[in-house]
Unconditional design. Structure first.
Length: 254
């Protein structure tokens, strides 16, 4: 494996040197020659550099959640009910559901009065089912029921992922909706940085030998991790600590 990778890099550097020798004759100023050389050397990594630049810009200027207003709370400081099925994802065996959800949502009863709705994937006899589960938290112990219609007053809803800037990143928005008063209370976003088709192919499959470990679909050599301010929005507006971002699906529960 190492020999194959070394040979590909050697061949690539030889091609770069040929290009450099040919085109440097047409470039008069030394600074432009250096820029052109840097461009050639970094060519397999330009997608990652562009994505990292975009990510840094978002982290500096775009990562504060937008808050329009706050939810109504009762005398105990709790909201009526909360829907998280669009932004939570439990992948657990059905026998573990009660213990796991009770443990994870231990702090939610401090801020939610009646129930919380989450999405649960269950595995039974190698068959996966997906259900929205309503956790009634005003009873001890909690009770759970599968539902078809979401009825929580406060829902976090998602929009479709939209590609931007020639596919170098994608954006998804999250809206905190008061379904009773039909208004948006707050807005958050997640930015994803998918592998660029051609750059990633050349880098992973050619220069770094994509079959190096026998993977059917090798993991990327380089990638830019997504960012989100959803957790910040939930904490600021709902006073609930959550960790939702997932580098593969977008959102998780650990």
């Amino acid at each position: 494996m190492g020999l194959a990778v070394g040979m590909m890099w050697t061949l690539y550097l030889i091609v770069l040197l040929i290009f450099w020798v040919i085109f440097r004759k047409f470039i008069k100023r030394k600074i432009y020659k250096n820029i052109f050389l840097a461009f050639l050397v970094l060519l397999p990594f330009w997608d990652v550099l562009i994505q990292k630049t975009i990510k840094t810009y978002f982290e500096i200027f775009k990562m504060n959640p937008v808050v329009y207003s706050y939810p109504e709370r009762d005398a105990n400081g709790k909201i009526e009910s909360l829907g998280l099925s669009d932004v939570t994802r439990f992948l657990i065996n059905s026998s573990e559901t009660t213990r796991y959800i009770q443990s994870y949502y231990d702090d939610i009863p401090q801020n939610v009065d009646r129930y919380v709705e989450v999405l649960v994937y269950q595995y039974n006899l190698r068959k996966r089912t997906q259900n929205i589960v309503r956790i009634n938290i005003n009873k001890i112990p909690y009770t759970f029921e599968n539902i078809n219609i979401k009825k929580a007053r406060y829902q976090i809803q998602t929009t479709k992922i939209e590609d931007s800037f020639f596919g170098f990143y994608s954006k998804k928005e999250f809206l905190l909706i008061d379904t009773k008063n039909k208004k948006t209370l707050a807005k958050a976003a997640a930015f994803y940085f998918p592998n660029h088709r051609w750059y990633a192919w050349f880098r992973d499959d050619i220069l770094f030998d994509g079959d190096r470990l026998g993977w059917k679909t090798p993991p990327p050599i380089l990638f830019v991790k997504e960012i989100s301010n959803l957790d910040e929005m939930i904490k600021e507006v709902l006073k609930i600590e959550m960790h939702t971002i997932d580098k593969y699906k977008g959102f998780k529960n650990d």
